[in-house]
Write a protein that binds this ligand. Structure first.
Ligand code: PLP
Length: 479
């Protein structure tokens, strides 16, 4: 593509947009169990209206837009109460969970640079269920990560193993509420007490559950303490663009007090330009997602969010019961919120996923790691209401079909490559191999089981290299 000499008409552009969209995930079908948090048309249209109203405002300069500053402080005020924080708790609005997490890690790093300058190689302890965003933060901020296996039955952080991994360089510990893949809540109170005793920063990753879990509690569900009620918790990441159903680009990073948050901020005055003060990573940013988040929370309100929580509890129960009725399948863990993980000892989960995807569902594979087998992940949301029966019916059929599908030839070819030439050879011959896998022009094939089988079978280091190389080919304009 090149910039057109003469601009296209709006009609032509809309036609092209529709064409581009043709193969996108149909997020309005109710059949997507990932990526999508759709509150329904009434709230969505309202959110879009507010988003548009603040689309052009630039949240870079909070002195010029007092409206945006007020929205941000209001959201922090709502959420600190929701998460049992007192009035010392402060925070900022960010673009998403990953940005909130990177900021938590940056704050901890700079806090200990100041407090314990003798630590030259700071380390973070991460249970294997910690979201990849923590590893991304370590990668960007030059911290060492120490991965600790979770309990293989409960999938929760192993308190003893975490404690054993502490050394004089440890500056950061965390727990998830809940973890993404298996949807269980770590023993946050116990972990954060250990962190407190050892003068280590403790972060609760409540990106998924920070908004929803307090409603579960209000509905009488048992939810362990994970928020500022735990004295050892220094910071919490909580996404609004997940279970608060606001438009994407909405998360909060909350800190126990402003002395701590001080280390999150960035200011620069040694250049010829404007005084640059950034509380978060982004600089210029639209006010749209912030205003829309403020509006959606205030519009939906406590009562309706409680109703949403109950609906989601019901869907999870229906789906879990359905899965348990299929003899070839088993639940990986007891879902503590709305995230379901299941697997099979007899049938390839990757084939089951393909069969389901061909029937219009979107369900997600989790590859095996650290002696935990590959599994299927579902993020249950409001839009799945009324689809449980159809889902289970199709799942039964998919398991039956998948039973009779053979392992792919691709896997044996990859294995041969690895045996003959090792990982380097594999990466050097990526082009033809991708073609064999059916990956072409940045498009995945209809059946992804062969690709997933290969990714699942190779060591994680090779897996990582391969994914990077493949991604490099995806973001490549056609010549
Ligand atoms: C537990 C957890 N933490 C962090 C994130 C990252 O959030 P985002 O995709 O908004 O950056 C996710 C995303 O699913 C998550 O589930």
């Amino acid at each position: 593509m090149e910039l057109p000499q003469k601009g296209l008409t709006k009609e032509d552009i809309f036609k092209k947009l529709d064409k581009y969209k043709e193969d996108d995930l149909d997020w309005q079908s109710g059949k997507a169990f990932g990526y999508i948090f759709d509150p329904g048309q009434e709230i969505l249209q309202f959110a879009k209206q507010v988003y548009n109203m603040f689309l052009s405002e630039n949240a870079l300069d909070f002195t010029v837009y007092p409206s945006l500053l007020s929205f941000e402080n209001d959201l922090v005020s709502i959420m600190r109460k929701h998460l049992n924080g007192d009035e010392n708790v402060v925070g900022n609005f960010t673009s998403g969970g990953t940005e909130s997490i990177i900021l938590a890690v940056k704050t901890a790093r700079d806090y200990y640079r100041d407090k314990k300058p003798e630590i030259e190689e700071p380390e973070m302890i991460l249970p294997t269920t910690a979201h990849a965003a923590f590893h991304k933060a370590a990668h960007y901020l030059n911290l060492k990560t120490v991965s600790v296996s979770v309990n293989p039955v409960t999938f929760k952080a192993d308190i003893k193993e975490v404690e054993k991994s502490i050394n004089k360089n440890t500056i950061f510990m965390m727990g998830s509420a809940p973890s993404y893949t298996q949807g269980v809540i770590d023993p946050i109170f116990e972990l954060s007490e250990i962190a407190r005793e050892n003068d280590i920063w403790f972060h609760t990753d409540a990106c998924m559950g920070g908004f929803l879990l307090p409603f579960f509690k209000k509905l009488g569900r048992d939810v362990v303490d994970f928020d500022f009620s735990c004295p050892g918790v220094n910071s919490i990441s909580v996404d609004l663009h997940k279970y608060a159903y606001t438009p994407k680009g909405a998360s909060l990073i909350l800190h126990r007090n402003s002395e701590q948050r001080h280390f999150q901020l960035f200011a620069f005055a040694d250049w010829l330009g404007y005084t640059m003060i950034n509380p978060t990573i982004q600089s210029t940013k639209s006010g749209g997602s912030l205003a829309a988040a403020w509006a959606v929370l205030n519009h939906v309100g406590e009562e309706q969010y409680l109703d949403f929580a109950q609906k989601q509890i019901d869907i999870v129960r229906e789906i879990k019961e359905g899965i348990e009725e299929i003899p070839e399948l088993y639940m990986m863990a007891e879902p503590e919120m709305t995230l379901i993980s299941f697997s099979s000892k007899e049938v390839s989960v990757f084939h089951i996923i393909d069969e389901m995807n061909l029937k219009g569902w979107y369900i997600q594979p989790s590859l095996s790691f650290d002696n935990i087998p590959a599994s299927i992940h579902l993020s249950v949301t409001l839009s799945n209401a009324g689809h449980s029966d159809a889902f289970i019916k199709d799942l039964k059929k998919s398991v039956e079909k998948a039973k009779n599908l053979p392992p792919s030839e691709l896997l044996s070819m990859f294995n041969q490559f690895m045996k003959d030439g090792g990982a380097d050879d594999l990466l050097e011959n990526l082009g033809p191999l991708l073609e064999l896998a059916g990956i072409k022009d940045g498009r995945m094939p209809d059946r992804t089981a062969p690709v997933n089988e290969v990714l699942d079978a190779i060591p994680s280091e090779v897996r990582k290299k391969l994914l990077l190389e493949v991604t490099n080919t995806f973001f490549h304009p056609k010549s």
